[in-house]
Design a protein around this ligand. Structure first.
Ligand code: ATP
Length: 314
């Protein structure tokens, strides 16, 4: 890229010397080259990082509905760009979302990746995620709520505001400042609709109720995504992924033990047993126990340093 610019610079200088370019034209063309080089290299970087974020998304186990939604969004933005280039109307898409699902089903992880993807696509300026809850929005006296909401909106601009257990905003009924927080949020998301995405997240049933008692909200959140509970087999695949990321290995008997533990937990606590969050906790605990098991050894092979055994999960 640099060589091409320098070469054309030499050419331009020759044109200036021979009088084919005026001094003004010469300098204008220099600015054009500089800006074009910057835009080109930004495109290349964005493409590269988009590819690596999409790979990260693809690696997540299951979540097929999420993956196909991301595909739709990417296709839509590409088509809008092409339509614009051809002089057709291009509508920006409202992308406020509702995420419904139990804890540990990947809602926050997906929201974080979406932020990065939308940044790489040039839809959001920063793509950062701020995670907030009722206490960050609802104040204690008149005027306090509006001030708190404004502050959170300010922090979220250019990225995503993720409100966990969003239905708790409606918890206190008519007299509570929660209703004021909802109204102020709606105003904020309208004011900044081109550079801010709001995601309301929480348990399926509670979210459905929340949207039923606030009918005006539903239409403002055009994208609804259900995060299903993982099967035990999927949880074991998630475990494999987490272990690989941390550069550990799972012995065959450790894997069988992990399967057994996950199935027992699911039997005992049902679908609230923690999904992928439970897997992460079990693995982190096993890693600590492996450390205790090995700490008095004089020497450890690489394999021993990496292997989690059945006893680490007992
Ligand atoms: N499909 C998946 N593949 C791999 N890892 C996953 C998957 N889903 C979740 N995880 C991992 O499980 C952990 C918990 O996920 P996350 O925090 O996104 O869940 P959540 O639905 O937001 O839960 P909570 O509501 O409790 O915050 C994270 O470490 C995340 O990376």
């Amino acid at each position: 890229m640099k060589r091409r610019v320098i070469y054309s610079l030499q050419e331009k200088y020759n044109s200036l010397e021979s009088g084919r370019l005026s001094t003004n034209e010469f300098f204008d063309s220099l600015f054009y080259e500089k800006e074009k080089a910057a835009v080109d290299s930004k495109d290349v970087n964005d493409e590269a990082s988009l590819e690596s974020i999409l790979k990260e998304l693809d690696k997540l186990i299951g979540l097929n509905n999420v993956k196909s939604l991301v595909n739709e969004v990417l296709a839509y933005t590409d088509m809008q760009k092409k339509r614009k280039e051809n002089g057709l109307q291009a509508q920006p898409m409202a992308m406020h979302m509702i995420f419904k699902g139990n804890p540990g089903t990947g809602k926050t992880t997906v929201a974080r990746l979406l932020g990065k993807i939308l940044k790489a696509k040039g839809i959001l300026e920063n793509g950062h995620l701020i995670e907030i809850e009722r206490a960050d929005l609802v104040g204690e006296y008149i005027g306090h709520t509006a001030q708190k909401v404004r502050e959170q909106i300010r922090k979220g601009i250019g990225g995503i505001i993720f409100i966990d257990e969003a239905y708790s905003l409606a918890r206190g009924g008519e007299k509570d400042f929660g209703k004021e927080a909802i109204d102020a949020l709606v105003k904020g998301m309208e004011d900044h609709k081109d550079n801010l995405i709001l995601i309301l997240a929480g348990y399926q049933e509670e979210m459905d109720n929340f949207l039923r008692v606030n009918p005006g909200l539903k239409s403002r959140f055009p994208i609804h995504m259900d995060f299903e509970d993982y099967t035990i087999e999927e949880l074991v695949e998630i475990a494999d992924l987490m272990i690989e990321c941390r550069q550990y290995l799972l012995s065959i008997s450790a894997k069988a033990k992990l399967f057994q533990l996950l199935a027992q937990k699911r039997m005992r606590d049902g679908l609230h047993s923690g999904n992928a969050r439970l897997v992460r906790n079990l693995i982190e605990k096993a890693i600590r126990r492996q450390a205790v098991r090995l700490k008095n050894r004089d020497e450890c092979s690489i394999q021993e340093l990496m292997m989690l055994t059945r006893e680490d999960f007992e």
